[in-house]
Design a protein around this ligand. Structure first.
Ligand code: 9WN
Length: 443
């Protein structure tokens, strides 16, 4: 399959070097059927990474973007879950931890319908996929239709959302819950500190962290975090990845995950209308989820959404970028939109050096400007907030965020995240979603 850049546009020609650099990252990280987030730190296929990557790849090659999503969907489990990692069988087990022999998906996940053809993890990541599929379709609707792309992915995406809405509505209150910090995609967010404190960590000598071969220990989660991640994943695996049988010592309703589900349900409604299915059911899901998101996770006092800890039955008093991402939901009440916009530009999230939103409260007790999801600003969340600002017709702040994003992507060599005060790149370089979303903002 040949990657072809689309026709030049005025914005793109003004940023030709940046465009080429971003395209180079995606070409280098392409494996033949999908894209690795990073050749060194993350050498397999990740779920929400692939959704963001497809959104950028569509500007290079619509067919490659379709293939990215369909490779991931081919590893979907019978119960509808899309696993957070699909492993490349050609790599040694030492390439990444936890490796396939840890998850044991094809054996331990058999009853839940884990595929026999691929080894995967058993947990999930945020549902950006239907949004990505719709945007990939929109990049070239005729090509998409000719290849039957939407007709093929629609039943799989519907099954995915059904899994999240039925098997993962653990509180029975109408929101989807995440059962592992990796599922929310923001691994060591301070939001997880209190629910994680209840989890007995696995003994340090029982696993080996491959991430520290490639990333700095000061930027990554701690060994204690890892002990707890390992314990939670092993408990889930030992219960056959069965959501009803598992004990779920960690279970949270996350505002970012639920708002991405809403936006993806709205995308699914458009996809349904295009393939001749019923869009009303998806629009109804989106409406109900929006009402429930506000009822269960909105916190007027902080002026943002918070995470709900299901075991404690209460909201976790930590401000993180996950609580601002619901701004992407078009049907939010106007007063909530106003308060979110104020929070975004207020002292907890506006770092002056960059408009890229820090992952955690700048004034928070656990803020750490370099450690992963405890302060650094990430490009995928910036892209979501840029889109959110446009949903609510805030062109000025959206333009400013877009330009900060592009400057930071360029100066940091498409880094994984940046220090929100200095703008310095941190984590791995040539990170795929940073490059992909750069292409999208340039297009
Ligand atoms: C665990 C791949 C993934 C992202 C996550 C990010 C990080 C993995 C890790 O990398 O998580 O899934 O090993 O730290 O937190 O959002 O999808 O880029």
């Amino acid at each position: 399959m040949r990657a072809v850049a689309g026709p030049p546009t005025p914005t793109r020609s003004a940023h030709l070097a940046l465009w080429r650099g971003a395209a180079r990252v995606l070409l280098d990280n392409w494996t033949g059927t999908s894209t690795v987030p990073s050749r060194s730190l993350y050498p397999h296929q990740w779920s929400w990474d692939s959704a963001f990557i497809a959104i950028g790849l569509r500007h290079l090659s619509v067919r490659r973007a379709q293939c990215e999503l369909e490779t991931l969907l081919a590893a979907q489990w019978g119960d509808g879950r899309i696993p957070h990692i699909v492993f490349n069988p050609a790599l040694p087990l030492s390439a990444y931890f936890p490796s396939p022999d840890f998850w044991q998906s094809s054996r331990a996940g058999k009853a839940a319908g884990a595929p026999a053809v691929a080894e995967t993890s058993g947990i999930v990541q945020p549902p950006v996929h239907a949004l990505a599929a719709w945007l990939v379709h929109r990049a070239d609707p005729m090509e998409s239709e000719r290849r039957g792309f939407l007709a093929r992915v629609y039943p799989r995406l519907t099954a995915w959302h059904r899994y999240l809405l039925r098997c993962r509505d653990l509180a029975g209150a109408g929101l989807t819950a995440m059962v592992h910090p990796w599922e929310a995609g923001m691994d060591n967010s301070p939001c997880w500190d209190s629910p994680l404190a209840r989890v007995e960590p696995a003994a340090p000598g029982t696993f080996r962290r491959a991430d520290l071969d490639h990333g700095s220990a000061a930027d990554r989660p701690t060994d204690l975090d890892y002990g707890r991640y390992v314990r939670l994943a092993l408990d889930y695996r030992d219960h056959g990845y069965d959501d009803h049988a598992a004990l779920h010592h960690f279970a949270v309703e996350d505002p970012a995950v639920n708002s991405l589900l809403i936006v993806s349900e709205l995308a699914l409604a458009r996809i349904a209308a295009t393939v001749g299915a019923d869009p009303a059911v998806h629009a109804a899901h989106a409406e109900r989820l929006t009402e429930t998101l506000v009822a269960r996770l909105w916190d007027a006092e902080t002026g943002m959404f918070l995470v709900r800890d299901l075991a404690a039955g209460e909201l976790i008093p930590e401000r993180s970028v996950a609580g601002l991402i619901p701004l992407i939901v078009p049907g939010l009440p106007a007063d909530i939109v106003e308060q979110l916009l104020q929070s975004l530009s207020g002292p907890h999230f506006h770092a002056r050096a960059t408009d890229l939103v820090p992952s955690y409260d700048l004034a928070g007790h656990a803020f750490d400007r370099t450690r992963y999801w405890r302060g650094p600003a990430w490009f995928n969340t910036a892209w979501l907030i840029e889109r959110a600002l446009r949903v609510h017709k805030r062109a000025g702040p959206a333009d400013s965020l877009r330009s900060s994003f592009l400057n930071a992507a360029e100066s940091s060599q498409f880094s994984e995240y940046i220090d929100p005060y200095s703008g310095e790149g941190r984590g791995t370089l040539h990170f795929s979603w940073t490059a992909a979303l750069t292409l999208d903002l340039l297009s």
